[in-house]
Structure formats: C-alpha cells, structure tokens
Design a protein around this ligand. Structure first.
Ligand code: CU
Length: 351
C-alpha cells in the first residue's frame, strides 16, 4: 500500500471509532436492567433454577472464548499486518498449536456436559404425588388452563400455589404455540395432535403476576398471545380455587340482568361457557369468572367495562386477526351502544 492509501485507511478508522464506542456503551447499558419481566436470568421457578446451572456455565465459557478469539484476532491483525516496508505474514502448520486448539473444545464440551446431564435427569423425574395437574391448551390467540382434578377452567390467567409442583400437559387445538413464562419456566412447544409436558414449582408467592407469552410464531396476533401467572400462598390458592369452581354470579343490577338476557340469546353461548347457565360453548375462553380477571384479550387490555365494550363491539379492532366476530343479535343485526354496555356490565359482574 502506498502512503496516501494508508492515511485514508487511518482516517476512516478514526471516524468510526466514536460510533463503535457508542455501540459498546449502549450494549453495556442495556445489560444493566436485570429484573425485566421477560428476563430468563431472574430465577423464580424450579425449572429455571435447574436450567440456570448449565445456562450460566455455557454463557461464561462462551464469553471467555469470545473475548479470547476477538483479542487474538485484533492482536494478530495489528502485529502481523502489512505496513510500509513490510508484507503481511502467513503461517502454515504447527502441530503443537493444533493439539492445543483441539483439546480446548474437548475440555469445554466435557465441562458443559456435566450440568447438562444433571439437568436432563432432574427434569425427567416423575411428577410429584401432590402435584397440581393442569392442561395448558394453545388457541389462536389465547391460552386455556384446565385444572384436571378440580374441574376448573380459566383463560389467560393461571393461578398456582407457591412451593408445590405444577405439572402441565401442553396441547394445541390449531397450530404450534409455545408455553413460556421467562422467570418461571419454558419454552416448550404446544403441538397439535401431540402432548408435551413441563413441570415446575414456583419458589414464592408475590402480589404481582409473572408474564407469560407464546414463544412460537402462530399467526397474525402471535405477539398478542400473552398470559399471566399468579403465585399464591397455599391458603390463598385454596380460596381462589373454591371461587373459581363456583357457578357464574347472578346479575346484581337491572343493567347486568339486561346484559345477561342479550348474551344468552346471542351467538355468544355457542362459543363461550358460563358455568350454571345455558352458555356451554367450548370454542372461546370460559367466561364463568371473566369479571375477576385483571386483563382481557389474552393479556393485552386491562379488564374494565370500557375495554370489554370495545372488545365486544369489534375485537379485531384491538387484536388484529381475532377470531371472535363482532357481537350480533340472534337475527344478525348489530347491537346498539346501550346493548353493548349492558353485556359488558353483565360480564364485569361475573366475578
Ligand atoms: Cu404464538
């Protein structure tokens, strides 16, 4: 290279240095926040605790390899580079070096295999005798949870006790979904026509729920397919289970009564269940206690009478691709604003 090209190369490198420095700072700053709801390094469940051991080891070893390879690349690029008065150097064949860089990966893989095999064995244990057994079923685009021994069905909000194993059968009624609660467990696919399983014990009860998310692209509203996991003390969980097993509440006001009448004579009852009523559909979420949920639309809207009205009027407006058609009268005509308000009041009252 002549001197002008060297000068140009140096100027270009210097121009990019601040940008590269900024990128490094941005990456480091992003790593400062560690308690994000979707962080898999926050260990709140036994499944994550088991996986954390090999996960951490692989991460540390990969980081060491990355830094070593990058450092050597930079050192060699500078030391043996072409520059005025000297040509770049190439080396061929070195038996000692080749033995070293064959042995290093063998040692690394052997180290990783120990906690990996331990984790596989730990996960393959049979489910505990006192485990809570739940069918988790993926739908486009929501989650259904059926408590097998308690005959309780919920949607998008899972309630479990702390310190007790929960054993899930993972299923799907349409396409492949994936069950993932980053701080507790997952990901494991929910495959149509095949039952997968996952089990975990939540380590502690806490007031705020854990966020769950479908982790396998499943169509238009995949990103809107979320759920929440509430971890209770054993006593609070027993109380929740008791209320969840009860029939849908009776309307408490004239408006709720009017809403119930409209609901029961509409197409709603072909898809939704309200236990203890004529509504026994199995296509959409069980609505027996929909009023007690914190969110609607598979975790995308806070549950209020106003958001319920929005959802009933046209769910696809808030959740693209939603399979629930706008609510209509039995003759197919659209509901009036007042009728929608009444139905929302009825559903809000289903605590
Ligand atoms: Cu999905």
């Amino acid at each position: 290279m002549d001197d002008t090209r060297w000068a140009r190369a140096r100027a270009q490198t210097q121009r990019f240095l601040p940008v590269m420095a900024l990128a490094v700072v941005a990456v480091l700053a992003a790593a400062c926040e560690t308690n994000l709801p979707q962080s898999t390094t926050v260990i709140e469940g036994s499944h994550n605790a088991t996986l954390w051991v090999p996960y951490r080891m692989v991460f540390i070893l990969a980081a060491i390899v990355f830094v070593a390879v990058m450092a050597l690349t930079v050192i060699f690029s500078i030391t043996y580079r072409e520059r005025p008065g000297r040509t770049a150097r190439q080396f061929h064949g070195n038996t000692r070096l080749e033995i070293v860089w064959t042995l290093i990966p063998i040692i690394i893989v052997t180290l990783i295999s120990v906690p990996t095999v331990n984790a596989i064995v730990a996960e393959a244990q049979p489910i505990a005798a006192n485990a809570l057994r739940v069918d988790a079923i993926g739908h486009q685009w929501w989650f259904e949870f059926v408590y097998l021994d308690e005959k309780v069905t919920t949607a998008n909000e899972l309630h479990i006790p702390e310190g007790r194993e929960v054993a899930f059968n993972l299923k799907s009624v349409d396409v492949i979904h994936s069950f993932w609660v980053p701080q507790l467990a997952g990901k494991t696919d929910m495959v149509p026509g095949h039952v997968n399983d996952i089990k975990f014990t939540a380590l502690r009860a806490r007031p705020e729920p854990y966020l769950g998310q479908c982790a396998e692209f499943c169509g238009t509203s995949h990103a809107n397919m979320r759920f929440r996991v509430f971890v209770h003390t054993e006593a609070d969980f027993a109380a929740w289970l008791k209320s969840a097993a009860a029939n849908g509440a009776n309307p408490a006001s004239a408006l709720e009564k009017q809403g119930q009448e409209i609901f029961m004579r509409s197409a709603c009852i072909g898809c939704h269940t309200v236990q203890g009523s004529a509504a026994a559909g199995k296509v959409g979420p069980d609505l027996t206690h929909v009023g007690s949920r914190t969110t609607i639309g598979s975790g995308i809207l806070v549950n209020t009478p106003e958001t319920l009205e929005k959802w009933i009027a046209n769910s696809a407006d808030v959740k693209p691709g939603s399979k629930m058609p706008p609510m209509a009268k039995s003759d197919g005509g659209a509901l009036s604003k007042e009728e929608i308000t009444a139905v929302a009041a009825y559903l809000s009252g289903l605590k």
